[in-house]
Design a protein around this ligand. Structure first.
Ligand SMILES: C[S@@+](CC[C@H](N)C(=O)[O-])C[C@H]1O[C@@H](n2cnc3c(N)ncnc32)[C@H](O)[C@@H]1O
Length: 276
């Protein structure tokens, strides 16, 4: 039975049909993350208990209490049912990720992009992941090819999970983690490919990605939230920034997911070629 129908039947006589019940949840390891609207929020503990019954994989249920905020993308969730220990192991594409989804953002909507990118990477590449979090891109890439990956993360909590995940997946020989601001700690002139998995004004970080690729050029995958009407402007800006750093560029754009009304999450695949 579908989740919403299950909740509707379990809560009949308690929650009026006027209330909009959630159609699904985001499962990260054993933790179900549920979005309720303002009106339905008063039933959160009850919906939490029913969610535990709905799917036996779920041990903890948390509801969203506000927007994801700040540079470190801190989510706002509150535990409403089940196990208070929300540190969990999430498995995606054969990679194991330890994390606490109540403290860190792990987007299920980026799964296809992680898989697409991993297929582009060839053996012997040197890759830098500038916004690594717990290793979502870095570890997928390291699993799919014989590569050297440097994973940079500014948030000490995410960095600790990143270190744990490198060990857990036995990738110590391939993945190096750096704690710090990628604008300051990025390696210079070493990478064939740079991943920029961050959505907010990411183009401001492009000069640092251009300093990271080898002198001849390389590939940069720049994620960013952009209204569709602004895509051509962003491509023109990318060309300009690349030119300022001595590179010509060819950019193709892929839609990753809808972010908010009118705003899409896109990835700009940039081939930067030295003009020297
Ligand atoms: C929302 S996560 C995205 C994780 C992953 N790249 C993905 O796309 O699925 C963005 C991460 O970038 C980190 N971050 C933000 N600014 C940073 C910076 N200047 N240097 C390094 N990491 C940064 C945040 O702490 C957060 O863990």
């Amino acid at each position: 039975m579908r989740y919403r129908d299950f909740l509707r039947s379990e809560l009949s006589g308690i929650v009026s049909n006027d209330f909009i019940l959630p159609s699904g949840f985001h499962l990260v390891g054993h933790v179900a993350l549920v979005h309720l609207d303002f009106e339905t929020m008063r039933y959160a503990p009850l919906i939490g208990e029913k969610t535990l019954e709905y799917d036996k994989r779920i041990m903890s249920v948390a509801v969203r209490t506000g927007p994801t905020e700040g540079t470190t993308r801190l989510p706002s969730y509150e535990l409403v049912a089940g196990d208070g220990n929300t540190v969990t192991t999430h498995i995606e594409g054969g990679v194991e990720f330890r994390l606490d989804p109540l403290c860190l953002t792990f987007s299920g909507g980026n799964r296809k992009e992680r898989s697409r990118l991993s297929k582009l990477v060839k053996d012997d590449e040197v890759v830098v992941d500038m916004f690594s979090c717990v290793g979502q891109f870095a570890l997928h890439i390291a699993k799919s090819a014989k590569v050297e990956v440097t994973a940079i993360e500014i948030n000490p909590e995410a960095y600790q999970f990143l270190l744990e995940n490198i060990k857990l997946n036995e990738m110590e020989d391939r993945v190096i983690a750096l704690l710090g601001d990628c604008r300051e700690v990025h390696p210079k002139r070493t990478a064939s490919r740079v991943v920029m998995g961050y959505l907010h004004n990411t183009i401001e970080y492009l000069p640092f990605a251009l300093e990271t690729i080898v002198e001849d050029g390389g590939f940069i995958h720049m994620h960013m939230n952009v209204p569709e009407s602004k895509l051509t402007d962003i491509i023109a800006k990318i060309e300009q920034v690349c030119r300022n750093y001595g590179y010509s560029s060819i950019t193709s754009v892929h839609h990753v997911k809808n972010y908010s009304p009118g705003m899409g999450h896109y990835v700009f695949d940039i081939a930067a070629i030295s003009e020297a």
